[in-house]
Ligand binder design. Structure first.
Ligand code: KG4
Ligand code: ZN
Length: 324
């Protein structure tokens, strides 16, 4: 089965072709990131206008790259939620027009769950049940997956998402946007034990909160003279405490549900300290830990096509009234 995936939930416009649930024939992503940089965050209006301008061209390029003709597409899978409304609308409208003109089925797909599915594109079949952690710019969720069509949310952030906290801390430190990779770079050579930051512990132990740590960074920076040494220690200490809480709660979820496979996904999963820490801690706890390749951690359409194909096979259907 050849699935066309379309992803336009934030600043990226992604079009991908995935064959038989795992072979990625094309995976193209165009980002309007540089237009948002000077604003320190994504401006929805700019994102959707760029998506509108670029989506048809990216689709044509993806067809060429995958060496297929539009008539060979068996299913059009598109992100319907969550995301920026204007951006989602562009992808959904394009997907509907394509499905209608080709006479092919269309399926709406959840963006967060697709981040988990990116692991299956990289590692082949992974035995369910799994615990999954999605850490992105908009979401931090712990999931229990016995079946991809029935996903249970065990915990999520009560305020900022983990990636959002990286972005905001980087902004406070004057590093730029997006903050995750910049914090990671700055943290290299810094003393991660220098400053003790702690993420607030919730009553519900599998929920997260990252807004307090961001405020702690703000207060820490207030009276300090900024120097490169302080910035390095601050970035390393913040990164350490944000990652520690992710590891701790993910392993707790595995223990509570008696699950041995842990899948991580989302943009923050590209962080090399996070990957090392998860690997080491999971190994010590006897848990198998999986990450997507770096390019599939970020927003992309291959994960949408892969997950869409998986759900379609399990009987999921949408129609042309599909919406956000
Ligand atoms: O999954 P994603 O591409 O988009 C959303 O669905 O939100 O994630 C983007 C987020 C941003 O907050 C970005 O700062 C963060 O992922 N990120 C990182 C790293 N690379 C991207 N965070 C920490 N370390 C990184 N290396
Ligand atoms: Zn995402």
């Amino acid at each position: 089965m050849i699935v066309l995936g379309i992803e336009s939930s934030c600043d990226e416009t992604g079009v991908a072709i995935v064959k038989d649930g795992k072979k990625v024939l094309a995976n193209l992503v165009a980002s309007s990131l540089k237009l948002h940089r000077r604003h320190g965050g994504v401006i929805p209006e700019i994102a959707s206008r760029m998506q509108l301008e670029s989506i048809a061209g990216i689709f044509t390029k993806a067809m060429r790259c995958a060496k297929i003709k539009p008539e060979q597409i068996d299913l059009v899978a598109v992100t319907t939620h969550p995301g920026l409304p204007g951006s989602l609308m562009v992808g959904i409208a394009f997907a509907k027009a394509l499905a209608l003109s080709l006479g092919k089925p269309i399926l709406g797909v959840n963006h967060i769950y697709s981040h988990v599915y990116a692991n299956l594109l990289c590692h082949g079949k992974i035995k369910l049940p799994v615990i999954a952690l999605v850490v992105s710019g908009g979401h931090t969720s712990l999931l229990h997956i016995k079946d991809f069509s029935k996903i249970q949310i065990l915990g999520q952030t009560r305020d900022d998402a983990c990636g959002e906290a990286f972005d905001k801390v980087a902004k406070l430190m004057g590093l730029g946007y997006p903050g995750g990779p910049l914090i990671e770079k700055m943290a290299k050579g810094g003393n991660k034990h220098k400053i003790k930051f702690a993420c607030w512990e919730m009553n519900s132990q599998l929920d997260f909160s990252f807004s307090g740590i961001k405020t702690a960074v703000l207060y820490y920076l207030k009276d300090k003279k900024s120097g490169i040494k302080l910035k390095k220690d601050l970035a390393a200490s913040f990164q350490e405490s944000a990652i520690n809480v992710l590891v701790k709660k993910s392993l707790l979820a595995c223990k509570r549900k008696n699950v041995r496979n842990l899948l991580i996904g989302g943009g923050v999963a590209a962080n090399s300290c996070l990957r090392q820490k998860f690997m080491a801690s999971a190994k010590a706890a006897g848990i198998n830990c999986f990450f997507p390749n770096i390019d599939l951690c970020m927003d992309n359409a291959a994960m949408i096509a892969g997950f869409g194909g998986c759900l379609y096979k399990r009987g999921a259907r949408s129609d042309l009234y599909l919406n956000m």
